[in-house]
Design a protein around this ligand. Structure first.
Ligand SMILES: [Zn+2]
Length: 186
């Protein structure tokens, strides 16, 4: 399908799990295909999207919450809708580089992210973790990030649709809003 065609809306009945905030916003047919132009040229902080994001507004940077040492941001290349990343502000690659304060807040943010994602989207489960090093699958290996990936029963059905090279800028803005609000109240 060409990105210029206006597709027929899909019925949410075919989506997995209970209807909820995320899935109403989840419109794979509107996927915008993004090429490699926004990949960092090197491993420096100047090229790093996780160093750049906190310098933008929450809306522009898709930031859900800001802590003292870490922040929560939507993944531009989600494995599943609502995929969050918890990042330290510091440009460090390895988990062993984190201070105790950073580890502590990263853990607290991971817990809060789970509460928020459950509240907004009734996730049935999560994949949580870090890829350490490019060889282990880290897309931005120079700046560590904890993945919080919501899972729903049956979501494997549409995982093939959500390739890592695709992104959903409009849907992202709406999810960012839902998560930011829930972060304050959950
Ligand atoms: Zn960085």
């Amino acid at each position: 399908m060409s990105v210029h065609e206006i597709p027929e809306p899909e019925s949410a009945a075919g989506f997995p799990g209970e209807p909820d905030g995320l899935q109403r916003l989840w419109t794979p047919h509107r996927m915008v295909y993004i090429g490699g132009e926004d990949r960092p040229k090197d491993a420096s902080a100047a090229e790093c999207p996780f160093c750049a994001a906190p310098q933008k507004t929450d809306e522009e940077g898709l930031i859900v919450a800001r802590g003292e040492k870490v922040y929560a941001v939507l993944n531009l290349y989600p494995y599943n809708p609502g995929h969050l990343l918890i990042c330290p502000y510091r440009h460090v690659a390895d988990f062993t580089d984190l201070t105790l304060e950073e580890v502590s807040e990263l853990s607290a943010f991971t817990k809060q992210a789970m509460r928020v994602v459950r509240a907004v989207s009734n996730a049935d489960g999560f994949n949580i973790g870090m890829n350490q090093g490019a060889v282990a699958g880290a897309g931005i290996a120079a700046h560590l990030h904890q993945h919080v990936v919501p899972r729903w029963s049956g979501d494997a059905n549409f995982l093939p649709i959500i390739a890592r090279t695709k992104a959903l800028p409009q849907v992202h803005g709406q999810i960012q809003e839902l998560y930011s609000e829930a972060w304050k109240t959950e």
